[in-house]
Design a protein around this ligand. Structure first.
Ligand code: FES
Length: 137
């Protein structure tokens, strides 16, 4: 193996390890929760979220999932997990959402942290009562 191939293979290995670590980190901290669609509202049972501060909600109504941030118990934030640059799905990684297509990053409240995206992630209105969370699509 020459020096060029060695460097190339090391790069591939490092990239694979980085992706694996990101995936494992996401699996450990973020869960998908069941939901019911009524009209234009997604309804999630709080009991399905357990102690999680962040959950992912999937629905056939949308082409990408919803990232529900419940860190602030008074103000839940529901973000459309579609990059505002060219509509790739963003991936949660720690406290940020990363776009694998061109590298944009967003905060857990949807604010652009890294270009090329220039617009924040789309937010949905969220309300809740003692038992349920309601996301207006
Ligand atoms: S589609 Fe997300 S950065 Fe381009």
């Amino acid at each position: 193996m020459n020096r060029r191939n060695f460097t190339k293979n090391c790069g591939k290995l490092c990239f694979s390890a980085m992706l694996g670590a990101t995936f494992l980190q996401s699996c450990q901290t973020i869960q998908r929760v069941p939901n019911v669609l009524k009209g234009n509202q997604l309804i999630v049972n709080k009991s399905d979220c357990g102690d999680a501060k962040i959950v992912i909600i999937e629905t056939e109504k949308l082409p990408s999932s919803i990232y529900l941030n419940m860190s602030d118990e008074e103000n839940y934030i529901a973000l459309f997990m579609q990059c505002t640059h060219l509509q790739c799905d963003v991936i949660p990684s720690g406290n940020i959402l990363h776009c694998p297509c061109h590298g944009s990053e967003f905060s857990s409240t949807g604010k652009v942290l890294e270009s090329p995206a220039t617009e924040d992630l789309q937010q949905f209105k969220v309300t809740s009562d003692r038992e349920k969370i309601y996301i207006s699509l």
